[in-house]
Design a protein around this ligand. Structure first.
Ligand SMILES: *Cc1c(COP(=O)(O)O)cnc(C)c1O
Length: 421
């Protein structure tokens, strides 16, 4: 793939000219630096705002003004069934049936709710396997889940670490650890793509290994959703959750998502904490005693849809529907390889790329680990109008996002680094 890359502006611009996704950039608002769009490489942390959001937001405000409570049924996008507007798009993005996905709550809340269904420790089977150094929210969530049932996290949580001196986790080690935990393992709860290194795990292999020992497999897809191709249904993943404000561009604190495999979601015996919005729709307003879960992941909903919070999500998924995951992945593979090619040409700054080099083991993020001067380089990038992401103690993460980044952006980033003393 790298054979014909060139580290020149002309080459980068020529790639943009033949990129059929290039016009999608026009659909987003870019922060400004000295009167120009910034070079934005932070879509892994907070995606940009689609231009259509303010118009669509205004439409809901108008409908609220015009209809009041009648808006539940009269609004142009009736609020009663507003969450249905996401099923089809989300199903395509995560590789699921429509009934297996739902947009609701926020990520960590969904993680807890799904653990309440899938982490049901019993005598002997009570352990959770996760990444060491997982995103802090996930660590806190797992610790408090095991404590809730009276276990000691030191004993009940198995943490997978990279080997001595390595940065990424060997998949063989994960599979071996699952095997070794055997009957004691209740749930494997892993990130889909590690937030720090950008490593994309083989979710199918991990799921198969978990099932072989009788455990469930669930994934936090915060850095995977909208970034890498997923087939949650076919891989037999039991549950998953994600946020929508990173690659999915749905705004800070935007509504999150959840996946529950139909084996569980369509089984009324699967335990779930209930609220009225998870009840069968036809019985919802009867106000009767007794919870009857509707089919699928939607039965995990508790409350009525936070419509204003969901508007940006809908705007963003419209764009995903048009671009499509296969085309996005194709561009992402190529553009990330180009960025990597450029970075390898920089020899005067003390960094190494710790993200896996194999394209099927990463999304678009590249993590640059600095031996020294990391923070200084980051600050100089910021001064030059580049928005990247700094992670303590010494990593700069950059994500050339296929929806709105360009080959020229990658080249400009390289140019700033190249000219740095
Ligand atoms: C971004 C991220 C979160 C953030 O959780 P919220 O509940 O959305 O605040 C949690 N876990 C992972 C792995 C993340 O990348």
């Amino acid at each position: 793939m790298q054979a014909n890359f060139e580290a020149t502006l002309e080459y980068a611009q020529s790639q943009d000219q033949v990129d059929f996704l290039y016009p999608f950039r026009e659909r987003f608002l870019f922060p400004q630096h000295n009167g120009k769009d910034v070079y934005y490489f932070c879509g892994n942390s907070l995606g940009l705002q689609p231009k259509s959001v303010s118009y669509l937001m205004n439409q809901e405000l108008e409908d609220w003004a015009k209809y009041g409570v009648e808006g539940h049924f009269q609004a142009r996008n009736p609020w009663f069934s507003y969450h249905h507007n996401f099923s089809e798009s989300l199903a395509k993005i995560v590789g699921a049936n429509k009934e297996e996905v739902v947009a609701m709550n926020t990520l960590t809340v969904n993680l807890h709710l799904l653990m309440l269904s899938f982490y049901r420790p019993e005598k002997g089977r009570y352990k959770i396997l996760m990444e060491a150094g997982a995103f802090p929210s996930d660590q806190y969530a797992m610790e408090t889940q095991v404590r809730m049932y009276g276990y000691d996290p030191e004993d009940a949580i198995i943490e997978m670490k990279p080997r001595e001196g390595a940065h990424i986790i060997e998949e063989e080690d994960i599979l071996a650890a699952i095997q070794e935990a055997g009957d004691s393992l209740a749930v494997v709860m892993f990130g889909g793509v590690n937030y720090y290194t950008g490593q994309f795990f083989d979710l199918k292999r991990i799921t198969d290994a978990a099932h072989r020992v009788g455990a469930y497999a669930g994934f936090d897809l915060a850095h995977a959703v909208g970034n890498v191709p997923l087939q949650l249904h076919d891989w037999n993943v039991d549950f998953a959750c994600w946020c929508s404000y990173k690659y999915l561009n749905s705004g800070p604190g935007g509504v999150a998502g959840a996946f529950v495999h139909e084996h569980h979601g369509n089984n009324p015996k699967t335990f779930r904490l209930a609220g009225w919005w998870g009840n069968e729709e036809k019985g919802r307003f009867k106000m009767e005693k007794g919870f009857t879960p509707q089919k699928g992941a939607a039965s995990w909903q508790m409350s009525n849809a936070p419509v204003f919070n969901m508007v940006a999500h809908r705007a963003s998924l419209d764009i995903y529907d048009k671009a499509g995951i296969p085309a996005l992945r194709e561009k992402s593979l190529r553009m990330t390889a180009y960025m990597e090619y450029l970075l390898k040409d920089i020899s005067h700054l003390p960094f190494t790329i710790i993200t896996p080099a194999e394209s099927n083991r990463r999304g678009c993020q590249l993590s640059m680990l600095f031996a020294e001067r990391g923070r200084e380089v980051f600050d100089k990038l910021t001064e030059a109008g580049v928005i990247a992401d700094w992670r303590e103690p010494n990593v700069i993460r950059i994500a050339p996002v296929p929806l709105y980044n360009t080959y020229e952006d990658c080249y400009r980033f390289y140019e700033v680094l190249k000219e740095m003393e």
